[in-house]
Design a protein around this ligand. Sequence first.
Ligand SMILES: Nc1nc2c(ncn2[C@@H]2O[C@H](COP(=O)(O)OP(=O)(O)O)[C@@H](O)[C@H]2O)c(=O)[nH]1
Ligand SMILES: [Mg+2]
Length: 223
Amino acid sequence: MKQEVKSVAGKEIEVVQNIFDENDRIALETKETLENLGVYVVNIMGAPGAGKTSSIISMIRNLRGEKVYVIEGDIESDIDTVKLKELGIDTIQINTKGACHLDAPIIQNSLQELTIDKPGILFIENIGNLVCPAEFQIGEHIKMLICSAAEGSDKPYKYPLAFEKADVILLTKCDLKEFVDFDDEFFLKGIRGLNKSVPVFEVNAKNGQGFQQVATWLKNRIS
Ligand SMILES: Nc1nc2c(ncn2[C@@H]2O[C@H](COP(=O)(O)OP(=O)(O)O)[C@@H](O)[C@H]2O)c(=O)[nH]1
Ligand SMILES: [Mg+2]
């Protein structure tokens, strides 16, 4: 009996591993397709309300001269897509209807709806969730983690994978730091324990502070 349980568990691990392998294969295919079109892909991860959409808008304002595309991932609604389209940004919406993250097949399918006529940057706003999006590649060149001061300075300790996998971190809502007892030292110590060299930018989407530096970093990274 013990043997049987063990082998069932072994089979489950194998199936899950196959799903991850297939996902990574499709993600690589997407990345190569977009690279051939001159498109650099940024996977934006973060909790609901962390400031992902606001950060995308603020980055675009500072990326003058660059063509930008956005894929908005949400469980339901097209609120963010409407907002971005009103600003003249080429955006398409994905609704996962319950799934807590985007994966490579979803992105590959959705690309059929996006007209890419110029090289540029594609921001993909992942589902608001600090856990699952970090586990799935979707065809990105880099993962950008958005974490707001309002979430508290202990988040690197509680959700380590997202901080470990991030290529760049934006600490948003820095204007709220003083109201939420944000502990900079504790926050940074948590990040450095997981990810020694990841750049951390402090930003405020209310007045645009910090986003020029993010845009410059992004342009350097692309070139
Ligand atoms: N005070 C403050 N509020 C912000 C900032 N960035 C975003 N917000 C607000 O936070 C809320 C959620 O922002 P949004 O960009 O929609 O977050 P998302 O769910 O991660 O895409 C909105 O009400 C924004 O106006 C910021 O830097 N400072
Ligand atoms: Mg959003």
